[in-house]
Structures are given as C-alpha cells and as structure tokens.
Write a protein that binds this ligand. Structure first.
Ligand code: FVH
Length: 292
C-alpha cells in the first residue's frame, strides 16, 4: 500500500469484536491506535503494530476516524461524553449494539459537539470480520461514510442505508431477531430429540436440509405477501391447519419433559389469527398481528 493510502484509525473498545476490528485495520496496512478501559487487552495487537493509547483523549487525538465498539449505549456515553471537545471535527463510527432511538440520540449529541457521526451494525461474529461472510450496515452522515468507506470495507461488505442514523440499528436488531427466532426453534428441536437420547450431530442431518428448504422456498414469497398485503393468493398450508397442529408441539414438549415456553407465544399468535378470521390465509399474516 502506498503511503498516500494509509489511513489513521482509532478503535475504542478491545473486547472480542473491537479486537477483530483493529486486527482487520492493521491487516489492511492502516495506522491503528487502540484503547480499552481495562489495560492489557491490547498486547497482541501492539505486537502486530497497533499503537497503544493510554487515555481515550489520546486515542481520539491519534486519528481522524474513531471506531467505537463497546458493550452498549451506556458505555459509549460513559466513554465519549467526557471527551466531547477532543472529538470535535472527527468522524465517529459507532458499531456498538443499540436501538434506533439510541442511535438517533447519539447522532443529535454528536452534531452538537461538531462530530461527524455514522452508526453501524455488525453482521458477523469476531472470526468472520474481514472475510467474505461479514457484512456491516451503516447509516447517518453519508459524507462521513463515503470519506471512510475504503477503510470500513476492510471489516466486511459495507451497506449504507441512509442519512437516518437509526436505520442501521433497526436493520441490525431485526436481523438479530430473525437469528434468535431461528435459534429458539433449533434449541427446542434439539431438546426434543435429546429427550430420547438422539445424538444432536445425527439429528442435524435432518434439521439442516429441512430449515434450508423452508427458508429457500418461503422467504421471498413471504416478502411479496407482506409488501402486497395479499395473504390469500396461492395458499398451500393455511393458517387454521397450522394452528390446529400447534397444540401437539406443546403436548410433545410436556410429555418429553421439555419446557414448552419458547413455543407458547407462537401458539397464542396463531390462535389469535384464527380468532380474527385469518384461518384460510397464509400463516405470514401473523406479521400483521404483531403490530401494536
Ligand atoms: N461478539 C459478537 O459476536 C457480536 C457480533 C455483533 C456485534 N456485537 C456487538 O459488538 C459490541 C462489542 O461486543 P464484544 O464481542 O466486543 O463484547 P465484549 O467482548 O464483551 O467486550 C465489551 C467491550 O466493552 C467495554 N466496556 C464495557 N463497559 C464499558 C464501560 N462502562 N466503559 C468502557 N468500556 C466498557 C469492555 O471493556 P473492558 O471490560 O475490557 O474494560 C470491552 O472492551 C457489543 O455491542 C455487541 O453487542 C458483538
């Protein structure tokens, strides 16, 4: 990399994710300054060429781009608010998990301090950073994002969602909701077969293709139904039929000594959909009933 293309970037927070981010910047050849609340977590990074900052202010002063990856919104506030003056005129890309409201409030605070602010969501686990499997969502200042896009792309594919700083957090939490919903089903499934001592590794030979087929065949159709508002055309597995089968999922859990808790809210939702007259439609209509 030519000297001209070397950027200076600071990473605040060296948990599992912050460390992976700093490693990706270093691997990309950038001058990477790191800071962490608890000392000692930077040693491996420093051995790879990272610059250690003793204080947050020192870390911020080192680079025009400050990437923040802390535990939560409260910790971000705790770290950034005392150094607002030092942050003025710099770009902050906050990759800490948070809600859209927290991201929007942070963007307002940043604007008041003269900070160029981008919020982000990381769709990867730490070992995935910098691999083709990782993607990150960004929203907020488009000028700031574009100015630093090349450096940020070292972390994974970079998707800019718009100038509303809350959008990346909305997509992030929605994607994670999908993941946890999927995992909850997987946990329930494995708990059921484990009640008969079936080896989980053997059961995966069935669960993986089953879930793949259900996702492959249904997600695009689901999206079309939601966008059109038409849950009646081409129904092959009507909601009433699914609601009628659902008590079996509760009963089998109870009979096998497995807690049915994860399944109960789904049963309630399907029952409510039938009660409200959606039984002949596709189960996707349940999305409409989730609105408060
Ligand atoms: N790891 C993952 O799989 C996920 C993937 C998707 C994105 N998340 C989010 O990334 C944020 C950081 O996650 P992490 O994995 O790095 O988390 P930890 O390893 O637990 O490190 C937490 C860091 O936060 C620092 N910290 C916590 N509280 C404070 C505070 N009050 N003041 C200053 N720093 C604080 C902590 O410092 P220390 O305990 O070492 O002193 C760590 O650096 C997170 O939002 C995920 O949801 C990760």
């Amino acid at each position: 990399m030519s000297e001209k293309n070397v950027s200076r970037v600071t990473v605040l927070g060296l948990g599992a994710m912050g460390t992976a981010l700093a490693e990706a910047f270093l691997a990309g050849g950038h001058a990477t300054t790191v800071w962490n609340r608890t000392p000692g977590k930077d040693e491996a990074l420093v051995a790879k060429g990272a610059l250690r900052a003793e204080t947050v202010a020192e870390a911020i002063a080192a680079s025009p781009l400050v990437v923040v990856c802390l535990l939560d919104d409260a910790s971000v506030r705790e770290v950034l608010e005392p150094v607002a003056d030092a942050l003025s005129g710099r770009a902050v890309v906050n990759l800490t998990n948070g809600t859209p409201a927290q991201a929007r409030a942070m963007a307002v605070w940043a604007a008041e301090q003269g900070v160029d602010y981008v919020d982000g969501g990381i769709m990867a686990i730490p070992p995935g950073i910098g691999t083709p499997h990782a993607f990150l969502l960004y929203s907020g200042s488009s000028v700031t994002f574009e100015a630093h896009r090349e450096v940020l792309e070292l972390l994974g594919a970079a998707h800019f969602l718009g100038d509303d700083a809350g959008l990346a957090a909305l997509y992030d939490l929605a994607l994670l909701s999908g993941m946890y919903g999927l995992f909850a089903g997987v946990w329930q499934a494995v708990a059921l077969v484990r009640s008969e001592n079936v080896r989980a590794t053997e059961f995966m030979a069935f669960l993986k293709p089953w879930l793949s087929a259900m996702f492959e065949g249904n997600l695009d159709r689901l999206a079309t139904q939601v966008d059109s508002g038409d849950y009646m055309t081409g129904v092959v597995s009507n909601l009433a039929m699914q609601a009628a089968a659902f008590p079996n999922f509760i009963t089998v859990a109870e009979e096998q000594g497995v807690r049915p808790d994860l399944m109960l809210p789904i049963k309630d939702l399907l029952d409510r959909a039938v009660a409200e007259g959606h039984g002949a439609g596709d189960a996707t209509v349940a999305i409409e009933l989730l609105k408060n």
